[in-house]
Design a protein around this ligand. Structure first.
Ligand code: ATP
Ligand code: MG
Length: 604
């Protein structure tokens, strides 16, 4: 089916200084790289464990540098709430993570056993992730703002053996449910300060006693390393299994999608409770030997601009939800901050509307490069890679080593399979389900305890992502919507993203969420929920003006027929608009799994 709306016209946008990128500086060279790239070559560029045995993420991320001339380089730089910093060099990170592995071994926690965290972004969290890999155990990070229910659900599903947490989080969220988790043997308190709670251990004391010379356990590329729960945007979160070999993809995508180099000061704003915060907040940048800045606080607009300027951030990886907040706050908040060190900004997690790309260029001095991936893919798959001309609103092109395609769907939305092969959409600008040819190293190896669900993700030789997209004649992919969010109205297929992007171009609109609601004539009609810019008051006149604005741009068939003002669009804790919840509330249906719903509260 053809997409119904025109794509934005203000493209392409070129990065500030394409010559500053060390990855291929033009599309032609990039195509050459795509042709010659092999995962084996990327694998060879990593070292593997000494002696050629196995592959371990922590070795590639930490010890490889600690053993060489970068040992004294700052690996992690934490920004405390008072703005002060605390750093760990690669050498210090190597010995602290050795100690953590030694603690696990001493407790009798072994290979494949699950180590969970429920902890703010403090050094102990990062040491625990990498130390767990060194012990060949499996790490599962939980987002610290989860309530007791989602914590219990995930610890139980993942059979957590160890939990690393803080005293306050333990008291509030874990102590009340501890009795229901018989498999949880050890709770390590990062801030016990010599006085652990009953039935817990003092992590600092254990680390101090442990040996910094613990050998790294030999792991094979296919050994499980990480368990990551998805964001729960479409329903109950799934536990995606990732293996040590994923590091090969983190390495390659860190180079081709983020242009990471050892002299970079890099900041990824995602919490390690989400996959972006581990793949690109820990593994990829450390593998490239960069200095990773970690903000221990939550999003605060002035603080963020200060960090970008004062820490001389060169590469910044963030998300549309955060960018929308900065945009809402106004460009004047950026004034007076020297952002000249910044050379590349990327975004992931949700569609990045064209307004944001242009805003980046005007306010940060750099356009924002969107890229696309999922918890399941483990790493970036499609990207506006650094020096590529950006087409605002597009997710970019497939990265080297990634074979992406669009699979044709039947009237019921099922992939069309002919002779065992999926039928691909070949005509430009035609919608299909975004699919990837399996075989890249960071691909998930299963959903925990859900084999059937895992199998259903594959058909006709492809991994089906559940997202709908189109591709233009030059290979740029354009996000249309999640399979479940797409609206069918009078024979048109309408992606909520394009309608939301258009609404956000109206000067009074700050944010918008769009759903389809049943209609006896059209099947479905488009309904928009709109948050206004600060200083704007809802009124009938404004409502009609916004609908009129959208109608002019999108046409009557696609523009919202209905529009409600709201002050609080429901979002997941990873910042995604929960359209399924907007829809359930609109239709009076059960609200479904809300374990990742961000609770309403003051926003910066
Ligand atoms: P769940 O699978 O539990 O419903 P989720 O899909 O939101 O939640 P994640 O793995 O965190 O969980 O998110 C991946 C999804 O986020 C993608 O499938 C896509 O729908 C959306 N997404 C990520 N990046 C982009 C992007 N650049 N443009 C558009 N959508 C994106
Ligand atoms: Mg998903």
């Amino acid at each position: 089916m053809k997409a119904t709306t025109a794509r934005p016209t203000q493209w392409p946008i070129i990065a500030k200084d394409p010559a500053s990128f060390r990855v291929p500086p033009n599309l032609g060279e990039y195509e050459e790289v795509r042709k010659s790239f092999t995962w084996d070559q990327a694998r060879r560029e990593l070292s593997g464990l000494p002696g050629g045995r196995g592959l371990n993420i922590a070795y590639e991320a930490v010890d490889r540098h600690a053993a060489g001339d970068r040992s004294g380089r700052e690996a992690l730089r934490f920004i405390r709430s008072d703005g002060g910093t605390h750093s760990l060099s690669y050498a210090q990170l190597a010995s602290q993570t050795n100690r953590f592995a030694a603690v696990l071994r001493q407790l009798g926690v072994g290979r494949d056993e699950r180590v969970f965290s429920l902890l703010g972004r403090s050094p102990d969290l990062y040491v625990a992730v990498l130390g767990t890999f060194k012990n060949a155990s499996v790490f599962c990070p939980l987002f610290p703002a989860f309530g007791p229910e989602p914590v219990q659900q995930r610890l139980r599903l993942g059979a957590g053996r160890v939990l690393v947490t803080s005293r306050a989080l333990y008291r509030k969220k874990v102590a009340p449910i501890r009795g229901s988790l018989p498999e949880l043997r050890f709770v390590l308190l990062a801030d016990a300060d010599g006085h652990p709670e009953p039935d817990t251990l003092d992590l600092t004391a254990l680390l101090a006693q442990a040996s910094p010379d613990q050998d790294i356990a030999v792991t094979q590329p296919e050994d499980m390393a990480l368990l990551h729960f998805t964001s729960g945007t479409t329903g109950t979160p799934k536990g995606a299994i990732h293996v040590h070999e994923a590091v090969v993809a983190h390495y390659a995508t860190g180079r081709y999608a983020l242009d990471l180099h050892p002299d970079d000061i890099y900041w990824c704003t995602a919490d390690p409770g989400w996959v972006t915060g581990t793949s690109y907040g820990i593994i990829a940048p450390l593998v490239h030997g960069v200095t990773v800045v970690v903000d221990e606080e939550e999003l605060d607009i002035d603080r963020w601009y200060r960090i970008l300027a004062e820490q001389h951030i060169t590469v910044w990886y963030t998300a549309p939800t955060a960018l929308r907040m900065l945009m809402k706050a106004g460009a004047e908040r950026a004034a007076g901050h020297d952002l000249s060190a910044l050379r590349f900004v990327a975004s992931v997690g949700e569609p990045l509307h064209p307004e944001a790309v242009v805003w980046g260029q005007e306010v940060l001095g750099l356009p924002i490069h969107d890229n696309w991936w999922q918890t399941e893919t483990g790493g970036i798959m499609i990207s506006n890679y650094p020096s590529m001309p950006i087409r605002p609103g597009s997710m970019g092109r497939a990265l080297p080593g990634i074979d992406a395609a669009l699979v044709a769907r039947d009237a019921q939305g099922k992939p069309i399979i002919q002779d065992g092969e999926a039928k691909l959409v070949t005509e430009p600008d035609t919608v299909g389900e975004l699919a990837l040819r399996p075989g890249w190293p960071s691909m998930f190896r299963g959903y925990l305890n859900e084999d059937e669900r895992y199998r259903r993700c594959f058909a006709g030789g492809w991994y089906l992502t559940g997202d709908l997209a189109r591709r233009d004649g030059d290979g740029y992919f354009w996000f249309v919507g999640r399979g479940d969010d797409v609206i069918k109205s009078s024979g048109h297929l309408i992606g909520p993203f394009e309608v939301e992007s258009c609404l956000m171009e109206h000067p009074a609109v700050a944010e918008a969420g769009v759903i389809g609601v049943p209609d006896p004539v059209a099947g479905e009609v488009v309904k928009a929920f709109v948050e206004l810019q600060r200083g704007q008051e809802p009124s009938e006149e404004l409502r009609l003006a916004i609908i009129g604005f959208a109608r002019k741009r999108l046409g009557a068939a696609v523009a919202p027929r209905l529009l409600d003002f709201t002050t609080d669009l429901p979002k997941t804790r990873s910042g995604k608009i929960l359209r399924r919840l907007l829809k359930a509330r609109e239709l009076g249906l059960p609200e479904g799994d809300l374990s990742t719903l961000e609770q309403a509260g003051p926003r910066p």
